[in-house]
Each structure stands twice: as C-alpha cells, then as structure tokens.
Design a protein around this ligand. Structure first.
Ligand code: 13P
Length: 237
C-alpha cells in the first residue's frame, strides 16, 4: 500500500523536518513496511535522511531559467528529490495549469526517471452531468500521459471531495477505480477528504492501492495511524 501526505501550503521547513522525523520514527519503531510519501511545501524541501520518500508538490519542466516563482530540476537535485506530484486539481483549477502544460511536465520528469504521482479527478458539475460526461472529462486528463510509465502512480481525487469532508460512496470509488485501472495498471490511490475514520475502509476497497491525504495528514499522529491501517490491510492479503 502507498500512503502519501500532501502538506500543500502548510508547515515551515522546521515543522516539516519535525514531521518527517516523526513519521520516520513511527515507521521504524513499528517496523512498518508501507511506501510512505510526504510532499512538503517548496520552501520546506531539504535533504532528508529517511526511508520516507520526500517529493515535490510542483516544479517547472526546466533545469533552471527565467520562470519567476517556479523551481526547476537544479532545485530538486540539490536535495536528491526524485519524486513529484503532477496534475493536482489545485494546480489545474486554482493556478490554471492546462493539460498541455501538465503533459509537458510529465514528460520532462518521466525522461529523468522521476516517480510521478499523477492526479486526476472531476469537479462536481462533471459528476452531476452523468457517468459518461464525467469519464470523458477524466479521459482528457490522460492526454499526453504515458500510462505505462513504470514509475507512475495515479491518484484519483474528485475535486468536490478535496478539503470538503465529502467523499464518494464506497461503491462509486470502486466503480471509478475499476474504470481507471483499465487505462493504467499503475498503483491507484484515492484522495479527497481521507481521514482517520474512513481511511481503513477506503484502503480496503477493490482497486484502491493507497491514499493521498491532505488536511488530515497535517496531524502527524493521524497520518501515522493511516500508515498503520495500510500495514494491517497488507497483512490480511
Ligand atoms: P484533503 O485530504 O484535504 O481533502 O486533500 C486531498 C488532496 O488534495 C491530496 O492531494
């Protein structure tokens, strides 16, 4: 199972270090074997000596250059970062990233051998327009993306479930994940209002290979608890 924390625009560099250390210590103390990812804010990136995989929430598809406000490969290399989130709905919908730009980033970091957590998901009006329309919308988010890339992890995150406390029903999650597995056999995470009280149930669903957690992961004890759930589920398989 994969358990990932997207820290978004939270936690300073010092707080992030404490966070990663706490997760690392928890995993070691409890001999946890799950794949744990943490995505800190850009200015909190650093060199971490840890088994937790620390990745970037974003970077521009360039080594360096004149792209004000962005970071490039040099900035990731400085900290040995080889993992990146691409296509997150906040970057698509708040920062206005187009599918073309997203595919460009994907291909750039793929060529460099990065592990890519690639996010897809529909806004509420697309869901309400019916399954066909919704799947068309999600299909378009696969344009220009190599779904056979061996270091690809996909995260299905319905936009309306992110940060709202709302989640699709378990049946809906299974239905969409089953559809998405037809497009790519890569590990498929669910994200959107995953909390301690629903993480276990969601991770146990068919075709769910883990979770990508936002706000609930900010409390490190809760995030660690979710890693424990993943470990327990793995033992049942
Ligand atoms: P929340 O867990 O806060 O809904 O955020 C999910 C998310 O966007 C993870 O990338």
């Amino acid at each position: 199972m994969i358990v990932a924390a997207n820290l978004k625009t939270n936690l300073t560099r010092k707080e992030t270090r404490e966070y990663v250390n706490a997760v690392e210590n928890f995993a070691l103390t409890n001999s946890l074997t799950q794949d744990i990812f943490v995505f800190p804010a850009t200015s909190s990136l650093d060199t971490f000596e840890t088994k937790v995989t620390v990745g970037a929430q974003n970077a521009y598809a360039v080594q360096n250059g004149a792209f004000t406000g962005e970071i490039g490969l040099d900035h990731l290399d400085e900290f040995g970062i080889k993992t990146i989130l691409i296509g997150h709905s906040e970057r698509r919908h708040i920062l206005g990233e187009t599918q073309e730009l997203i595919a460009q980033k994907f291909n750039y970091f793929k060529e460099l051998g990065f592990t890519i957590i690639y996010c897809v998901g529909e806004p509420l009006e697309k869901r309400e327009a019916g399954t066909e329309r919704m799947m068309e919308y999600i299909d378009a988010q696969y344009e220009g993306i190599d779904t056979n890339y061996e270091k690809l992890i996909i995260a299905y995150e319905p936009v309306w479930a992110i940060g709202t406390g709302l989640t699709p029903t378990n049946e809906d999650i299974v239905a969409i994940h089953t559809e998405l597995k037809k497009k790519s056999l890569s590990p498929l995470l669910y994200g959107g209002s995953v909390k301690v009280n629903n993480a276990q149930e969601i991770m146990a669903l068919e075709n769910v290979d883990g979770v990508l957690v936002g706000s609930a992961a900010l409390k490190v004890e809760d995030f660690c608890q979710m890693v424990t759930f993943a470990e327990e589920l793995d033992k049942l398989v």
